[in-house]
Design a protein around this ligand. Structure first.
Ligand code: DOR
Ligand code: ZN
Length: 423
C-alpha cells in the first residue's frame, strides 16, 4: 500500500526540514521525501497550502480505561487524539485498577492495538495504588511496555521513596515523571492563591506548593543521576528552578499545558468548574513566564493533561468539582495561536508537539525521517472554526474553551500509513 502526500509544506523539526516536499509512504513507513515525487499505484493526497508534520505526541493523557469508561475509554480517547492531530499519546496510571502491574499495562496496550486510533504508550505508577509507599515492580512494567513512571494526580510525598524510585528507574533506563505538589502547603485550596481567590471567596493554592516540590525532585535527580520529567509546570518560580537545574546539567525536562499558557486565574470568575484544574490556572505573570519558557527552550514539551470528567462531576459547586479538563482537541490551535502572537516560531510550535516530547520521554516517534513509522498530521493552519463542547469527539465535554474561535486544525491524521481521521 502506497500513499503519496503532495504539495504540502513539510515541517519536521527533528530533521530541520521546512520546505515544499512530497512524502511517499510505503508499507506504513516513510520511504521517500523529495520534490515532485511520482509513485505508480499510490493513493495521492493533495496537501497544497497545508502543513505536513510528524503525527503529534501528547505525553500526558488520562484515558480513564480501565475503570472509568463513563468518562473516556481507549477507543474514544484515541479517537479524540486523532481528531486533534495526535498519533501518539502516553497515558496516566490513575485508572481503576491502577496501572501498577503488568496485567493492566498489557490490557491497555492490547486494547489500543486492536481498537485504538493512536499509538498508546502507557506510563506505570511509581508506587502501588499511588499511595506513595511501596515501589512498583519497575522491571515488570518496563517489560510489559511502560515508557516511564509517575503517580500523576498525586505527589510522592516521601522524599526517601522518591529517591529510591529514581535509583531503580535509572537502573532500568526509565524516566520518572513528577506531579509536583507539596500537599502540606497546598492544603484544601481550589484555585490560585491571590486577589481573585479572595474576591471569589475560594481557598487559594500558592505557587510555592508547586515550586518547592519541584526543587526537591530536581535535587533528588541531581543526587541520583535520574532522568526527571516535570509534569504540568504552572508558575514562574517553578520554571526558574528547572532553568537553573538544566544549566547545572541535571537531566530534567518539563511540560506545560495549553490551558496554563492560555488562561489566567481570571477565567475562574463565573465559577465555571471547567476551569478547575490541578495545578490551578495561575496569574498573568505566570502565563507570561510560561511563554518565556516556551520561547527560550526551558520547556521541552506541550502536553494536554487531557482529564475527562463526567458532567455530574463538574456540575457541582466549585469547591467539590473534580480537577481536570479535556485538551486533545484544542491543543493544536491554542499552540498555533502562540505563533500568531509571535511568542514562538511555527517550527518551535511543532517541535513542542512532536520531537520535544518524544525526546523528553525517549519515545521513538515525532519524526518523519526516511524509514520511520508513517505517523503524520496534515494541518490547515488557516482554518477557522468554533469549538463546541457538545461536538467534541471525547466522551467528556469538560472544556473551558466552549464557544472559542479557533484557528488551525488537523484535517487528516495518518497512523502507520493509514488515515484514522479526516475532517
Ligand atoms: O487536573 C488534573 N486532573 N490534574 C491532575 O493532576 C490529575 C487529573 C485527573 O486525573 O483528573
Ligand atoms: Zn498531574
Amino acid at each position: 500500500m502506497k500513499l503519496l502526500i503532495k504539495g504540502g509544506r513539510l515541517l519536521d523539526p527533528s530533521q530541520g526540514t521546512d520546505a515544499q516536499l512530497d512524502i511517499l509512504v510505503e508499507d506504513g513507513k516513510v520511504s521517500r521525501i523529495g520534490e515532485s515525487l511520482q509513485a505508480e499505484g499510490a493513493e495521492v493526497v493533495q496537501a497544497d497550502g497545508k502543513l505536513v508534520v510528524p503525527g503529534l505526541l501528547d505525553i500526558h493523557v488520562h484515558l480513564r480505561d480501565p475503570g472509568y469508561e463513563y468518562k473516556e475509554d481507549i477507543v474514544s480517547g484515541t479517537r479524540a487524539a486523532a481528531a486533534g492531530g495526535f498519533t501518539s499519546i502516553a497515558c496516566m496510571p490513575n485508572t481503576n485498577p491502577f496501572n501498577d502491574n503488568k496485567s493492566v499495562t498489557w490490557y491497555i496496550r492490547s486494547r489500543a492495538k486492536e481498537e485504538g486510533f493512536a499509538n498508546v504508550f502507557p506510563l506505570g505508577s511509581i508506587t502501588k495504588c499511588l499511595k506513595g509507599e511501596t515501589l512498583v515492580e519497575m522491571g515488570d512494567l518496563k517489560e510489559a511496555g511502560c515508557v516511564g513512571f509517575t503517580d500523576d494526580g498525586r505527589p510522592v510525598a516521601n522524599g526517601e521513596v522518591m529517591r529510591r524510585a529514581m535509583e531503580y528507574a535509572t537502573g532500568f533506563g526509565m524516566p520518572i515523571l513528577s506531579h509536583s505538589e507539596d500537599l502540606s502547603i497546598v492544603g484544601d485550596g481550589v484555585m490560585n492563591e491571590g486577589f481573585v481567590a479572595t474576591e471569589l471567596g475560594l481557598k487559594g493554592i500558592p505557587w510555592v506548593g508547586e515550586a518547592a516540590a519541584i526543587a526537591r525532585d530536581v535535587m533528588l535527580a541531581e543526587f541520583t543521576g535520574a532522568r526527571l520529567h516535570i509534569c504540568h509546570i504552572s508558575c514562574r518560580q517553578s520554571l526558574d528552578v528547572v532553568r537553573a537545574a538544566k544549566a547545572r546539567g541535571v537531566k530534567v525536562t518539563c511540560e506545560v499545558t495549553p490551558h496554563h499558557f492560555t488562561l489566567t486565574e481570571d477565567a475562574v470568575r463565573g465559577y465555571d468548574t471547567n476551569t478547575k484544574v490541578n495545578p490551578p490556572l495561575r496569574s498573568a505573570d505566570d502565563v507570561a513566564a510560561m511563554c518565556e519558557g516556551l520561547a527560550d527552550g526551558t520547556i521541552d514539551a506541550i502536553a494536554t493533561d487531557h482529564a475527562p470528567h463526567h458532567i455530574d462531576e463538574k456540575n457541582v459547586e466549585y469547591k467539590i468539582a473534580l480537577n481536570g479538563l479535556v485538551g486533545l482537541e484544542s491543543a493544536l490551535p491554542l499552540t498555533l495561536s502562540l505563533v500568531d502572537d509571535e511568542v514562538i516560531s511555527l517550527t518551535r510550535a511543532i517541535e513542542l508537539l512532536t520531537c520535544g516530547p518524544a525526546t523528553a520521554l525517549g519515545i521513538p516517534r515525532g519524526t518523519l525521517a526516511v524509514g520511520s513509522v508513517a505517523d503524520i498530521a496534515i494541518i490547515d493552519p488557516e482554518l477557522e472554526w468554533t469549538l463546541e463542547a457538545a461536538k467534541l469527539t471525547s466522551k467528556s465535554k469538560n472544556t473551558p474553551f466552549d464557544g472559542w474561535q479557533m484557528k488551525g486544525a488537523a484535517v487528516q491524521t495518518i497512523l502507520g500509513g493509514k488515515t484514522v481521521y479526516q475532517k
